[in-house]
Design a protein around this ligand. Structure first.
Ligand code: GRF
Length: 190
């Protein structure tokens, strides 16, 4: 059985997609959400789904203190695997080394293209024909860890940026849960 933690800062649509994947799973459970923004809609989702959450405060506390606090919570909750699904804080190298579980991120571009924020918009405003999503392990380089899966779509500029964003999110919601399930199953057997 894998005990799963999700880290999120915003709307939490990927948190919800992961929740749907695991809600009836006999083996794996989302047991914890870590969030750094008190007004994030993901907290509403967690309340509705009755997923335990921890709100961390990077404004009042140093990054080191917050990360130590998160490490303690991960250990207390015996977390086996972590999905930072739209967590808008860069985790330190020390945190990644000490984390008791692998971290698997989702990014809305075909990495190494468009690392960092506003990746969908930057792809849309580029001359590229295609963009997509990347699911990868987290390492000390932002959006630079080992790739697990990428999916591409054609950029149709006649349909606008909103349409592209919708398409990207649909791809994320389809593939992130599948990869998550697969990795959790593999943890069982490793
Ligand atoms: C997603 O596009 C994800 O790829 C990126 O942040 C966004 C989070 O969206 N890392 P949501 O909060 O899951 O709706």
């Amino acid at each position: 059985m894998a005990r799963i933690a999700v880290f999120a800062s915003g709307s939490g649509s990927n948190f919800e997609a992961l929740f749907e994947e695991f809600k009836n799973d006999q083996n794996h459970n989302i047991v914890l959400l870590i969030c750094d923004r008190k007004n994030a809609y993901v907290l509403e989702r967690a309340r509705k789904k009755v997923v335990k959450f921890e709100l961390v405060n990077y404004v009042k506390n140093s990054k080191k203190d917050v990360e130590n606090h998160i490490l303690n919570i991960l250990n207390e909750n015996k977390i086996d695997i972590i999905f930072p699904a739209g967590f808008m804080r860069v985790l330190s190298e020390e945190f990644i080394e000490k984390a008791p579980a692998p971290l698997i991120n989702i990014h809305p571009s075909i990495l190494p293209k468009f690392k960092g924020v506003e990746a969908i918009k930057r792809a849309y405003e580029s001359t590229d024909d295609k963009t997509g999503i990347s699911i990868h392990y987290v390492n000390k380089e932002v959006d630079g860890g080992e790739l697990i899966l990428q999916k591409e779509i054609i950029i149709d500029r006649n349909k606008g940026l909103d349409f592209l964003e919708k398409e990207i999110h649909q791809l994320e919601h389809k593939w992130y849960p599948k990869v998550a399930k697969d990795l959790c199953d593999k943890l069982e057997t490793s």
